[in-house]
Structures are given as structure tokens and as C-alpha cells.
Design a protein around this ligand. Structure first.
Ligand SMILES: Nc1nc(=O)c2c([nH]1)NC[C@@H]1CN(c3ccc(C(=O)N[C@@H](CCC(=O)O)C(=O)O)cc3)CN21
Ligand SMILES: CC(C)C(=O)C(=O)O
Ligand SMILES: [Mg+2]
Length: 276
């Protein structure tokens, strides 16, 4: 019997990190989404998304902050638990929020252990390249898979100076060095955020581990989007790398207006919604 593909296999077990490495060797691309709650997690699991990220982008997309900086481990842990409980097949990655790993390998490992023990996560993710290589080595050394994240790293947006494409011109070598460093430190995959397609293609070719692009062009092994961007729940102009596959904001606005109108007009509840 041949190995099931990430998409087509029976839902008998969770996707594991080594399945993702094997997918890269087969040239099989895969989709990844964020999820922060049980209903979306169950839908994405059933729809065949092999990897879900409980992103620190919950700061923006759940809690309503302007940046990802304020969100805490205690904010994110219950969301991780919800996504894990609601899924059967998906590998669930927990994002380490700003301030929970920068102090060094000891702090990083302590935070990663919390997401594994208290959150039930299957892997963790953190931002940075060469500067967090020691943290990645400490976490993977303890048996916890790590997804890295280089290029534009939103937790550092104040240092980077806004939302800016990384790796143009001379800066290409910096992003490439970061990607190599996280792979050498033991990461099982690396997110490339807002880097040029040329740099992303080169890194995807260089590294044995899967690359997950967001605003990194068509040549990465996987693609990730924030689910509210993908499904059009977020209103307003988003980043250019987003493609909207639905208009959930429109659908929810229509449903809400009809509900409100029917309450005001006395049409809801009808006899079938009442008890006698
Ligand atoms: N809903 C949502 N989607 C995301 O992709 C996302 C979050 N939230 N929160 C955390 C970070 C922040 N990210 C962002 C946020 C904004 C831009 C943005 O506005 N980009 C512009 C400017 C690019 C430029 O000037 O170079 C763009 O047009 O893409 C990009 C990434 C990615 N992440
Ligand atoms: C966009 C992805 C990669 C992320 O880090 C997040 O959603 O927090
Ligand atoms: Mg994140």
C-alpha cells in the first residue's frame, strides 16, 4: 500500500511534520490557514487543510488590536485548545507571541512547553532568523517541532518600520541567511512572509524543509493566509497578497439585517420556533 497523500488519505491519524517533508520530496504543495475557534477549525479539518496555525494574528483578527504586539500566551492558550479539540487530522501549530521567547532559549522552551502541555499543540512557531537559532535548537532539542518565520516578521514591525517587502536587492542575502540558519537549527518548516518571489524560489530550492509562503510568490511548497482574509470576513483593503474566496462579511451582514428586520416586524419567532 502506498503512503496516502496529505489530501487524499483516510482520516485515521493526524498529519505529522515528517509527512510535510515527504510531501516536499514528492513535489506536493499544501495549503495552510489560521484558525482561532472550534467551528472554523472543524470546517478546515474536514475540507482537507493539513496544517492550521493558531496565529498571534488573533491579536488583530480576534481581539481587535492594531498590531500583534499586545497578545499574550494566556490569551492564545484557550484558542489553541479549541482548535485542537475540534480537529481530527490537522497538525495544529501554536504561534509564540511577542515577548514569550526573545529572552533566550530557556524562556523559549518554557513557553513552547506550555503550548504543548496546556494547549495540546503539535508544534510551535516563532519569528526570526539567525537571532532565534538558539531558541529553535533548544525547543527542537526537547522534542517539540518548530516552524520558523522569516522575511517580514509582524512582531518586529516597529523595528522594521511598517509592512515592507523584505529581501529586495542586497537584503536578499539576509533573508537567505536567516532561512538557512533556522533550517540548520532544526526547524521542520519555515514561513516566508512578504519576500520577493525570486528570493522565495531560491530558498524553496535550497532547503530540504518545506517553505510556506505568504506574499512570497508561487514557488514555495505551501501557502498560508489568515482565514478571515481568505474568506472575506475582514472588511477593508487588506494586504495585496490576499485573495478572497468568499464574501462572508456580506453574507453575515445580510443575515444580520434579515434577523433584525424580522424581530422588529414580529415575523420571528414563528410558531415552529415556540413551545406550548
Ligand atoms: N488579517 C490579517 N492578515 C494578515 O496577513 C496578517 C494579520 N492579519 N496580522 C498579522 C500580520 C500582519 N500582516 C500584514 C499586515 C498588513 C500588510 C500590508 O498592509 N501590506 C501592504 C503594504 C506592503 C508594502 O507597502 O510593501 C500590501 O499592499 O501588501 C501586510 C502584512 C500579515 N499578518
Ligand atoms: C500569517 C501567519 C504566518 C502568522 O504568523 C499569523 O497569522 O500569526
Ligand atoms: Mg504570527
Amino acid at each position: 500500500m502506498s503512503e496516502p497523500t496529505l489530501y487524499g488519505g483516510p482520516a485515521t491519524r493526524r498529519v505529522r511534520t515528517r509527512d510535510l517533508i515527504a510531501a516536499k520530496q514528492r513535489g506536493e504543495r499544501w495549503p495552510m490557514l489560521t484558525s482561532y475557534d472550534q467551528y472554523t477549525a472543524a470546517i478546515f479539518d474536514e475540507a482537507g487543510i493539513p496544517v492550521l496555525l493558531v496565529g498571534d494574528s488573533a491579536a488583530n483578527n480576534v481581539f481587535g488590536y492594531e498590531t500583534t504586539v499586545p497578545v499574550t500566551v494566556d490569551d492564545l492558550l484557550p484558542l489553541v485548545r479549541a482548535v485542537v479539540r475540534a480537529t481530527k487530522r490537522t497538525l495544529v501549530v501554536a504561534d509564540l507571541p511577542f515577548g514569550s521567547y526573545e529572552e533566550g532559549p530557556t524562556q523559549a522552551l518554557r513557553t513552547a512547553v506550555r503550548f504543548m502541555k496546556e494547549g495540546g499543540a503539535h508544534a510551535v512557531k516563532l519569528e526570526g532568523g539567525r537571532r532565534v537559532a538558539e531558541q529553535i535548537a533548544a525547543i527542537t532539542g526537547a522534542g517539540i517541532p518548530v516552524m520558523a518565520h522569516v522575511g517580514f516578521t509582524p512582531q518586529s514591525e516597529h523595528a522594521i518600520g511598517g509592512y515592507r517587502v523584505q529581501g529586495r536587492g542586497d537584503a536578499a542575502e539576509e533573508v537567505v541567511a536567516d532561512a538557512h540558519a533556522v533550517a540548520e537549527a532544526g526547524a521542520f518548516a519555515v514561513v516566508l512572509e512578504m519576500v520577493t518571489s525570486e528570493v522565495a524560489k531560491r530558498i524553496a530550492h535550497d532547503l530540504a524543509i518545506p517553505t510556506v509562503g505568504i506574499g512570497a510568490g508561487p514557488d514555495t511548497d505551501a501557502q498560508v493566509l489568515v482565514w478571515q482574509d481568505m474568506a472575506g470576513l475582514r472588511t477593508g483593503k487588506g494586504p495585496r497578497f490576499v485573495k478572497r474566496y468568499a464574501d462572508l462579511a456580506g453574507a453575515l451582514t445580510d443575515a444580520t439585517k434579515r434577523f433584525a428586520d424580522e424581530v422588529r416586524g414580529g415575523e420571528f419567532p414563528g410558531p415552529e420556533h415556540a413551545f406550548h
